[in-house]
Design a protein around this ligand. Structure first.
Ligand code: GA4
Length: 318
């Protein structure tokens, strides 16, 4: 199944097809691999996440962002976890955004993270915990399907990176507030970038804003769909597949009329994991496009870059 992606103004007029993968379809593995190779992006339906969990989490997150600024600021500024407003990362990037960034690993949760939940009812934390489990399940399922289709050995090589308790995954809730009519114009909510992790799983309300960049540099708008998830290939998976999969550049432009709320789970490996092309996919070391780095090394170098920088250069062989 495919749906049409709407080209944004000043983009090529030809509509682009976005793959839609039904996770219960016996052919899903093949479709996922094809989408990861061609676009680095696909939509997931029949994912098994309870719709009421999504509705509930959406409502509670909306209530958090509606709190007085002084209360939200108690959980900020993001370090990188906690509540952030306008500033993204430590190197001067800004966007028309408010967000909460949470570490998915409860053992690493920071004081700022706890402060988020001090401002909100207990049910918010419970829903967030359940959602993280669901995202761990879905991201490991997608990675398992990739392993099977590519015949990656040993079994569980990719999915295990996300399933283990040391997995360095995180959850981000991004809120792009609607604007007054008088100032209405499209602005950058979240600037263009690729995600450093293995894969990211995104869910949003029905407000548009997300755009992805095709291989030829064309930006296309992704029609929102509150009942589906979007999977984004990250840099780590690009390295492990030796460039066969592409981490897709994406960005969010703010919609002037309606607020957008999105939740993104970034499925990352443990900090100590060595990231390198998989020998079962690339038998000859001479064919490796990338050298090895631990996830901790890649992540800490990433934090010295600007959002839009080409971080994969760190991995490239000279
Ligand atoms: C982009 C993807 C995720 O949102 C994120 C971001 C992180 C942050 O906001 O703390 C970074 C960015 C992201 C990559 C470069 C650095 C770090 C902001 C930034 C400028 C949580 C992630 O893992 O990398």
């Amino acid at each position: 199944m495919v749906v049409m992606l709407q080209p944004v103004p000043k983009c090529k007029p030809s509509p682009v097809l976005i793959p839609v993968v039904d996770l219960t379809d016996p052919d899903a593995k093949t479709q996922i691999v094809k989408a990861c190779e061609e676009l680095g992006f696909f939509k997931v339906v029949n994912h098994g996440v309870r719709p009421d969990l999504l509705t509930h989490l959406h409502e509670e997150a909306t209530k958090f962002f509606a709190l007085p600024q002084s209360l939200k600021d108690k959980a900020g500024p993001a370090d990188p976890f906690g509540y952030g407003s306008k500033r993204i990362g430590p190197n001067g990037d800004v966007g028309c955004i408010e967000y909460i960034l949470l570490n998915a690993n409860i053992h690493l949760s920071s004081t700022k993270t706890s402060a988020v939940f001090q401002q909100t009812p207990a049910i918010f934390r419970e829903s967030v915990e359940e959602y993280k489990e669901e995202m761990k399940r879905m991201s490991s399922k997608v990675l398992e399907m990739i392993e099977q289709e590519l015949r990656i050995e040993p079994k569980g090589k990719l999915s295990k990176l996300v399933k283990v308790k040391e997995s360095d995954s995180c959850l981000r809730m991004n809120y792009y507030k609607e604007k007054e009519e008088s100032t209405a114009k499209e602005e950058i909510g979240f600037g263009e970038h690729t995600d450093p992790q293995l894969i990211s799983v995104l869910r949003s309300n029905d407000t548009e804003g997300l755009q992805i960049c095709l291989k030829d540099g064309t930006w296309v708008a992704v029609p929102p769909d509150h009942s589906s998830f979007f999977v984004i290939v990250g840099d780590t998976l690009q390295v492990m597949t030796n460039g066969r999969f592409k981490s897709v550049k994406h960005r969010v432009l703010t919609n002037t009329k309606r607020s957008r709320l999105s939740m993104i789970y970034f499925a990352g490996p443990p900090l100590t994991e060595t990231i390198a092309p998989l020998s079962c996919l690339v038998p000859k070391q001479d064919d490796y496009l990338y050298k090895e780095l631990t996830w901790a090394q890649y992540k800490s170098s990433g934090y010295k870059t600007k959002l839009g920088d080409y971080r994969l250069g760190l991995f490239e062989k000279q």
